[in-house]
Design a protein around this ligand. Structure first.
Ligand code: FPP
Length: 239
């Protein structure tokens, strides 16, 4: 793939709500899992596009806390897919300088997936070209609730003065500590909702919604989203 010249206003952090795998499968008269398998190829394309454009952080909403309620077969299929991706892409991540990270309730994941994931996180820790952050068993409300619990415990133990709690204090207790907020949030498949994704962190993100279903999302669509972002006037509440 031809390397593109980085644009003047490239978002440092792009977050994507990858939606529409099920509808894509339905459209092609295939089982839902085939939609997720096709979605996996889009993940590869998005990662490559992020690298080519000079994006530094890419967060992908791969599995929400709510997704555990899906049929057992689909959940197992998704977990298998995730394990396969980690195993098969690990050496590529090394070559491309990708650091794998996660946000979410990692403890909910099946042991085999969690162990594979932890090993990949550890072995890519030193990479600095792109931080690929997978949101797994992620929910924004549970993230904030857990942060409040920890802060309350710290206050009770006398380690945290409630009067000294600042926005930065809250940020340090979120899964995303140390990661800058997304500049651009992309949602595929045309739905105009946030679905419990990074509610705190997207306070000032630019939002790009595309009707393209996730398995059809490619380099061109990524580029279009960046063009859209580059044309925005970000004021962060100022004038
Ligand atoms: C939403 O489509 C997508 C998901 C819940 C799963 C995302 C998973 C992948 C893209 C594949 C694997 C990726 C990694 C990182 C291992 P949906 O099923 O809600 O679609 P629908 O709304 O059309 O039914």
């Amino acid at each position: 793939m031809a390397k593109e010249t980085p644009r003047a206003t490239v978002p440092q952090h792009v977050a994507i709500i990858m939606d529409g795998n099920g509808r894509w499968a339905q459209k092609h008269h295939l089982p839902r899992l085939s939609g997720h398998e096709a979605g996996r190829k889009s993940v590869k394309r998005a990662v490559q596009a992020a690298i080519d454009h000079g994006v530094r952080y890419l967060t992908l909403y791969a599995f929400s806390v709510e997704n555990w309620q899906r049929p057992r077969e689909e959940v197992q299929g998704l977990m298998g897919l995730l394990r396969g991706v980690i195993r098969e892409e690990l050496s590529e991540m090394g070559k491309e300088g990708i650091r794998l990270r996660t946000i979410g309730r990692k403890q909910d994941l099946p042991d085999a997936v969690r162990e594979e994931l932890e090993a990949a996180i550890e072995s890519t820790r030193g990479n600095t070209r792109l931080d690929l952050i997978l949101a797994l068993s992620y929910g924004s409300r549970v993230e904030i609730t857990e942060a409040v619990q920890v802060m309350a415990r710290e206050a009770q133990a006398g380690q945290l003065d409630p009067e000294q709690i600042r926005e930065e204090t809250v940020e340090k207790h979120l899964y995303t500590r140390g990661i800058p907020d997304p500049d651009l949030l992309i949602r595929t498949s045309g739905e105009m909702r946030i679905s419990n994704f990074m509610l705190w962190q997207i306070s000032y993100s630019e939002i790009h919604v595309t009707p393209v279903l996730w398995p059809d999302f490619g380099e061109k669509d990524f580029s279009l989203a960046l063009d859209d972002y580059a044309g925005r006037d970000r004021r962060f509440g100022g004038v």
